[in-house]
Design a protein around this ligand. Structure first.
Ligand code: NAD
Length: 479
């Protein structure tokens, strides 16, 4: 009787809190006391305060029933889905890169990130007894997130990391910090209302390179998860703390003479156009064999590509890249061009193109910087290769050994197998767009952090767990 009264009171309190959270009210809690939900809902000025709050959040989470992890994850997925239009627009307005429709789609896709269901206890029984292996959390995880998918990466990391029982302190990219903070506030508010759990994710409100370094070095951070480009990947690999590094890519596409040319063209356009080619897995350069090169170029035009001629390509390249800082070094990418629409890019060389254009493309040789650099904009260079082996060799050269993503369009199983072995990438997609590698149009699940140099692959809740073995000698085996 008493238990059911308590349950009813708890339900009523949770409903009231949920209504307060939904109405945006901060409730009657005193403002200003550290870590009190309602004061900042997880947004902090200093790394020390953010880690302390995430640690307290962890201590509560670790004692909470598994069901509450499920509730927290369901809330994050629901917010991402139901508020995708508003949050996607906020991210687009703040970062000014990519495409609004795809910002929304990335948030809606968070529902396909795996959660608690991935944590299956393993058991071995025999005449010596029973041994189980369970998946335990680390504690507070330090997450560094990119501007290319600020809230989607944070939300995807949340689902994976909280499913595994961890809490998070996030240092977002400064140019995507406002939307990341807004997501953190919404997540924490709704989770507190439903479960009483606090600060499952905390965030630095005004992040800098120094605050990123402070997260790297903080004694309260048990594990680092870094999603970003070459500089931050190198910094994380040098860190004394264990780091899971989701680093840069420059995904090549090979098309051989056996390919379904129409499907290859459609897939290349769909992948490279997605969020204006901001995806680290996106098609960045194509090596097509000479037999089908011209028909592939024509087919790309039929699927929303706008072809630039040689002189337009050289004008455009000169605007998109500066010369290398040192001889033989990297061409310097003009960051104003990143993630811009094809029509905006074309206008930079005085071209007016149809609004519905998905990508710009054209024939280049392998020495054009669009081939070697991760351009993150919807211009795709196509290079003529002599044969499949030549195309694969070029793909290998310009993937730079990142071990990230490679794509092939072919019906020849020997060529496919050969390229898979040679490239040795984390994702290898055949006969589809890059997104198929993350379960969007292919089998498998989604994550926005694909751990490449450190080898964990497409991250899942299991990536963020410690394995603990528990052994009973002789007893507990019942057959
Ligand atoms: P970025 O490297 O500029 O920034 C990523 C994050 O690292 C930001 O939070 C930034 O503030 C921080 N940062 C940058 N330099 C740092 C340093 N020296 N020390 C500490 N922190 C530092 O990358 P971006 O432009 O935001 O994102 C695009 C890059 O990220 C591309 O290279 C892309 O391939 C890569 N990426 C990889 C994955 C993956 O899963 N492997 C996913 C998304 C993006």
């Amino acid at each position: 009787m008493q238990a059911s009264t308590e349950q009813t009171i708890r339900q009523v309190v949770q409903q009231v809190l949920a209504q307060l959270a939904a109405s945006g009210s901060t409730g009657t809690r005193p403002a200003g006391s550290p870590g009190v939900p309602g004061q900042n809902w997880g947004v902090f000025e200093t790394v020390d305060a953010a880690v302390e709050a995430a640690q307290k959040g962890f201590e509560k989470l670790v004692r909470a029933p598994l069901e509450q992890r499920r509730t927290a994850i369901d809330i994050v997925k629901r917010i991402c889905e139901e508020q995708a239009e508003e949050l996607g627009r906020l991210e687009f307005e703040e970062t000014k890169i990519g495409r609004l429709d795809h910002k929304i789609a990335k948030l809606q896709a968070i529902r396909t990130v795996p959660g608690v269901e991935f944590l299956r206890t393993e058991a071995v029984s025999g005449e010596h007894g029973l041994t189980i292996t369970e998946y335990a959390p680390f504690g507070v995880i330090g997450a560094i997130t990119p501007v290319t998918h600020s809230l989607p990466t944070l939300a995807g990391n949340f689902v994976n990391m909280v499913a595994a029982g961890n809490t998070i302190v996030c240092n977002p990219h400064p140019s995507g910090a406002r939307i990341a903070c807004e997501g953190v506030r919404r997540f924490n508010k709704a989770i507190f209302a439903a479960t009483g759990l606090e600060n499952l994710v905390t965030i630095i409100g005004k992040p800098t390179i120094d605050s990123a370094q402070a997260v790297f070095d903080h004694r309260g951070v048990r594990l680092l998860v870094v999603t970003g480009g070459p500089a931050v990947a190198r910094a994380a690999l040098r860190s004394s703390r264990r780091a899971i590094v989701a680093g840069p890519g420059n995904p090549p596409v090979v098309v051989d003479a056996t390919a379904d040319i129409n499907n290859a063209a459609r897939s290349i356009v769909a992948g490279a156009a997605f969020d204006n080619n901001l995806l680290c897995i996106g098609e960045k350069e194509v090596f097509a064999v000479k037999e089908i090169f011209d028909s592939l170029m024509a087919a790309v035009g039929n699927h929303g590509g706008y072809r630039l001629n040689a002189s337009q390509i050289s004008q455009f390249t000169a605007k998109a890249f500066g010369p290398p800082k040192e001889p033989g070094g990297h061409h310097v990418l003009n960051r104003d061009f990143i993630g811009k629409d094809p029509s905006w890019l074309a206008a930079q060389i005085g071209l007016s193109i149809p609004e519905r254009t998905q990508i710009l493309y054209g024939e280049t040789d392998e020495h054009n910087p669009f081939v070697s650099e991760e351009q993150m904009m919807p211009f795709v260079p196509f290079v003529r290769a002599n044969c499949p082996d030549h195309a694969i060799a070029l793909a290998r050269k310009y993937e730079h050994g990142f071990g990230h993503t490679a794509i092939i369009h072919s019906r020849d199983v020997h060529t496919i197998t050969k390229m898979a072995r040679i490239m040795n990438t984390t994702l290898f997609v055949k006969n589809g767009p890059c997104m198929a590698g993350l379960g969007l149009g292919g089998e498998g699940f989604l994550s926005f952090s694909i751990a490449t140099p450190t080898g964990e692959g497409v991250t899942s809740p299991l990536t963020f767990t410690r394995q603990r073995r528990c052994v009973m000698v002789e007893d507990l085996r019942i057959i």
